[in-house]
Design a protein around this ligand. Structure first.
Ligand SMILES: Cc1ncc(COP(=O)(O)O)c(C=O)c1O
Length: 453
């Protein structure tokens, strides 16, 4: 075992392919359904808003998919990202556990999101698309896509969840710096936005409806999603593949892998290559998906068909959901305020391969501050939830007296979230739990759809 703290790979070690875990899981028992006919979705149903290359990736049964040279060339701006051993944190927690973190905050946008934004912009440009429309929560995804569109010569139009638009003016400015246009959602620009005007704080579900509407009604515009879909999770698997190589340098292999979950993409990116190793090589790593207690999709949601957006324009997807019209409370981890989760991750949770865990926001910030004081990096509020779960695992290792290896995804830094840290220090952060009756009534409004197998 090495005594280093930073494990770096050369540019030549940027992965040449993405890992498609779906090939190992077999054909999905519950295909996505057309929102109107409720028949299984065909490629032609998605063609108005996605390029064919991404539609093919969405349903691919190939175990690996080659990363185009043009995409790898852009990845070289920040990849491979560093893997750190958190030795100071281990000492502070007084744990025998070895804690490693993969740091995705070194990308120009400050998070893992450009890993897929770059790929999506590339494939759209190849197929002659002029503009991409999208939603963004905290602004991480919108800024990543604006950057990627700029690099591939596309226009970018972003619908930003109202509460984040107000809380995070600098993320708006980043989108504009990279040439994108940003609107506060719900907006007056779309039917979907006008129909949701009373939800002034907005939600990812509403912003998605607005962006899908713009893409579907403009010939030269496609839609781009920053999480949830198979092709998005696929593009993020560069994270896990690099981590495997870096842990080899450290002479270790994880007993536990932890990630936070909004729609599931950074978790999938880190975990899926390791889950494949569990399935193929008889490894027995545990996987923990940390979500906010205020938006408890995996821990308290229903496993059902539901729309990906509020208005009901997207396909019906088999997933854990809080109901497509659920408007999560305005917690500071804007990127985790989504009513659903990736169908692939939902299936893994259902099968018991991934353990979900709900984390309260004050506990997340407390952990993030302790982490920053040991390791220096100020985490985004989203990965703060993963850090809280890591603390619990480190404590469990201490109680068991075992040198467990814990790996987590530090999916982004918190430099644009300092108002949330100020609120935490001022004692103004609330722990908002979703009341049982509110959950029940949101689930009552789930669409009529076939039961899941
Ligand atoms: C830094 C960061 N981490 C995590 C997330 C959650 O998204 P996902 O579950 O797709 O990784 C976001 C979403 O915006 C984010 O910005």
């Amino acid at each position: 075992m090495s005594d280093e703290v930073k494990f770096m790979l050369p540019e030549s070690a940027i992965p040449t392919q993405w890992v498609n875990l779906l090939a190992d899981l077999g054909p999905p028992p519950n295909p996505p359904l057309h929102p109107a006919t409720q028949q299984p979705l065909g490629p032609e149903d998605l063609a108005p808003i996605f390029p064919m290359a991404l539609i093919e990736q969405e349903v691919s049964g190939e175990p690996e998919i080659a990363i185009p040279d043009e995409v790898r060339d852009v990845y070289r701006l920040w990849r491979p990202t560093p893997l750190y051993r958190a030795r100071r944190l281990e000492r502070t927690l007084d744990t025998p556990a070895h804690i490693y973190y993969k740091y995705e905050g070194v990308s120009p946008a400050g998070s893992h999101k450009p890993n897929t934004a770059v790929a999506q912009a590339f494939y759209n440009q190849q197929e002659g698309v002029r503009k991409l429309a999208t939603e963004t929560g905290a602004g991480q995804w919108g800024s990543a896509l604006a950057l990627a569109c700029q690099l591939f010569g596309l226009e970018c139009e972003v619908f930003m969840v109202g509460v984040s638009y107000d809380q995070k003016p600098y993320r708006r400015a980043m989108i504009e710096t990279w040439g994108g246009t940003v609107h506060r959602s719900p907006s007056e620009l779309t039917d979907a936005g006008r129909s949701q005007a009373e939800h002034t704080s907005g939600s990812l579900g509403i912003a998605i409806s607005e962006a899908v509407e713009v893409a579907a009604s403009n010939e030269d515009t496609n839609y781009s999603l920053g999480s949830v879909l198979n092709h998005v999770c696929l593009h993020q698997t560069v994270i896990g593949q690099e981590s495997i190589a870096q842990l080899e340098l450290a002479g270790e292999y994880p007993d536990v892998v932890v990630g936070c979950v909004g729609g599931g993409s950074n978790f999938a990116g880190l975990a899926y290559p390791f889950i494949r190793a569990n399935l193929r090589e008889d490894r027995s790593t545990r996987f923990i998906a940390a979500e906010p207690a205020a938006c408890p999709t995996l821990t308290r949601g229903a496993f059902r068909y539901d729309f990906g957006d509020t208005v009901g324009l997207t396909p019906l997807m088999p997933m854990y959901t809080l109901g497509h019209d659920f408007v999560p409370p305005p917690v500071h981890a804007g990127g985790l305020r989504y009513h659903g989760d990736a169908p692939s991750l939902s299936a893994l949770v259902k099968e018991g391969l991934v353990e979900p865990k709900a984390v309260a926001q004050t506990a997340a910030f407390e952990a993030a501050v302790r982490f920053a004081r040991c390791e220096g990096i100020i985490p985004g509020p989203e990965p703060a939830h993963a850090i809280r779960a890591v603390f619990d695992e480190a404590e469990a290792a201490k109680e068991a007296g075992e040198e467990r290896v814990i790996l987590f995804n530090l999916s982004g830094h918190g430099h644009f979230d300092m108002s949330a840290y100020s609120a935490y220090f001022a004692g103004e952060l609330e722990d908002l739990e979703m009341p049982e009756d509110e959950l029940a009534s949101a689930l009552d409004r789930l669409p009529e759809a076939p039961a899941l197998a």
